[in-house]
Design a protein around this ligand. Structure first.
Ligand SMILES: Cc1cc2nc3c(=O)[nH]c(=O)nc-3n(C[C@H](O)[C@H](O)[C@H](O)COP(=O)(O)O)c2cc1C
Length: 211
């Protein structure tokens, strides 16, 4: 079958748009930021990924808008220049989901979700203390993307990771242990997954210890 994502409704022979299920699993960037007024904000973003390792760069994309206007995360990051990406885990799934509510900009989403704000080392945005991995980031740039929804903004935010907080509880012999971390990812529709069975592949010519 062929699904026309653009203009032709006659070529959409499926009950729901399948696009996001075609790009799965997507890691979840659970982003904490600070407004210029000092109100802390948290929201999950699954249009999220790492872009480079040297220097470490990440991106996320903000699509659409809130009832009160632009999404608070991008507003805060553009105003303050920094943010924290927290890893969403199985144990934190309900709190992660709670922070996706379209809360007004003056709502502290740490309070909303019952989470604890921890001070960061190199950025002003707070970290989520309950998350076992926090990545402190500074804004590199925003990139405007095509947008078909009137009154909305599609924008990619690129950040440079300047520090990593990693809980000892998710380490085994100095390596991040996925069985301990239990990160969750977004699939299509309303579905999520957590990391299941692992397997290892060595690239052609790759020596032990390289990654
Ligand atoms: C798992 C998950 C992933 C999400 N991914 C995105 C995304 O990639 N881009 C986006 O604009 N909204 C995404 N959302 C919706 C935002 O989290 C939601 O609009 C949130 O209220 C934004 O909050 P903010 O205004 O504080 O930034 C996602 C929601 C969930 C639950």
């Amino acid at each position: 079958m062929f699904y026309d994502v653009d203009e032709n409704p006659a070529c959409r022979p499926l009950p729901r748009n399948p696009f996001k299920a075609c790009v799965a699993p997507r890691p979840i960037g659970w982003i904490s930021s600070l407004g210029v007024d000092g109100v802390a904000n948290i929201a999950p973003y699954s249009f999220f990924n790492a872009l480079a390792s040297d220097p470490p760069l990440i991106m996320y994309a903000s699509n659409g808008h809130q009832p009160h206007g632009a999404k608070d995360t991008v507003t805060n990051i553009e105003a303050t220049g920094d943010f924290v990406v927290n890893v969403a885990t199985w144990h934190l799934r309900d709190a992660m989901n709670a922070t996706s509510a379209p809360a007004a900009a003056d709502v502290d989403e740490f309070v909303l979700a019952g989470l604890t704000a921890a001070t960061s080392q190199k950025v002003r945005a707070p970290r989520i203390a309950e998350s076992p991995i926090n990545m402190e980031c500074v804004l590199v740039r925003t990139v405007e993307l095509p947008c078909t929804l009137p009154g909305s903004r599609n924008v990619m935010v690129i950040g440079r990771v300047v520090g990593l907080h990693i809980a000892d509880s998710v380490l085994t012999e100095g390596l991040i242990d996925m069985a301990k971390l239990r990160p969750i990812s977004r699939l299509g529709y309303l579905d999520y997954a957590e990391v299941g069975d692992l397997f290892t592949l060595r690239r052609p010519g790759q020596k032990g210890g390289q990654d």
